[in-house]
Design a protein around this ligand. Structure first.
Ligand SMILES: O=P(O)(O)O[C@H]1O[C@H](CO)[C@@H](O)[C@H]1O
Ligand SMILES: O=c1cc[nH]c(=O)[nH]1
Length: 239
């Protein structure tokens, strides 16, 4: 395949930085570009999956939405890695807490992702139901958080294929059997694509709701207010 790809309309690879921050929500990508980047230029409008490139502290950084779920991030991250020479993708998402040790707005660094998904098996033949991010990126993220004086909690995430699940208490089993501290819907596919293309991925999450206490943030907060993880990711992107 050549560029532009079916889902990213960029004809010049240089318009996308080597490191892309990737929230699920394209409007979170817009917020980050407008709030944190100097001279942001929108490089993608296809399907309203906005992507922007600008500079942060003088260095080129891109931010682009992934959409929700493994199928969606699977498409965008693969095109970025394979056809636009992107080296690093840092997902910055929201997650639901599976434990009372996590509170709303806590920042979680994904140590590894457990999933029931067949994404990795279909995509590249990986049989494992646990996939890891880049340890180098995770070390850089920890260093950035330390420099910013932001506490991060490391843990295993449940990367789920479904948001709504009929069995209400399944999270208790996933917490007990697999040690999952929370749930989101993309990191397993992102890590699989990074592995199969020889690139690097990491995932930082902010707790948006709790399956234990039933507290929840609003959609507006999920779009615009999770700034700590944004700053950690931006500082990591320019290292
Ligand atoms: O806030 P984002 O990054 O979209 O992440 C989480 O939020 C969505 C569900 O509301 C899923 O994409 C899940 O992974
Ligand atoms: O996938 C997700 C993301 C946030 N909160 C949840 O409960 N699930």
């Amino acid at each position: 395949m050549s560029i532009p790809t079916p889902h990213i309309e960029v004809k010049d690879k240089d318009l996308i930085a080597k490191t892309v921050l990737m929230p699920g929500d394209p409007l979170r990508a817009k917020f980050i570009a407008e709030k944190f980047l100097d001279n942001p230029v929108k490089f993608n409008n296809v399907r309203n999956m906005f992507g922007y490139t600008g500079t942060y502290k003088g260095k080129k950084v891109s931010v682009m939405g992934s959409g929700m779920g493994m199928a969606s991030i699977g498409i965008y991250s693969y095109e970025l890695y394979k056809f636009y020479d992107v080296e690093n993708i840092i997902r910055i998402g929201s997650c639901g807490a599976y434990t009372d040790k996590l509170s709303l707005y806590d920042v979680v660094l994904v140590k590894d992702a457990y999933s029931e998904s067949t994404f990795a098996k279909c995509q590249s033949g990986y049989e494992s139901d646990i996939l890891e991010p880049s340890s180098d990126l995770n070390d850089m993220i920890k260093d950035s958080a330390k420099n910013l004086n932001i506490e991060i909690k490391e843990g295993r995430i449940h990367s789920s294929d479904v948001f709504y699940r009929e069995e209400p208490d399944v999270f208790k089993r996933l917490n007990k059997e697999y040690g999952c501290v929370g749930v989101e819907m993309e990191s397993f596919a992102l890590f699989a694509n990074a592995k199969s293309t020889g690139k690097r991925a990491a995932c930082i999450l902010t707790v948006s709701d709790s399956l234990v206490t039933h507290e929840a943030t609003s959609s507006e907060e999920r779009q615009n207010a999770f700034t700590k993880m944004m700053e950690i990711a931006l500082e990591t992107a320019i290292k």
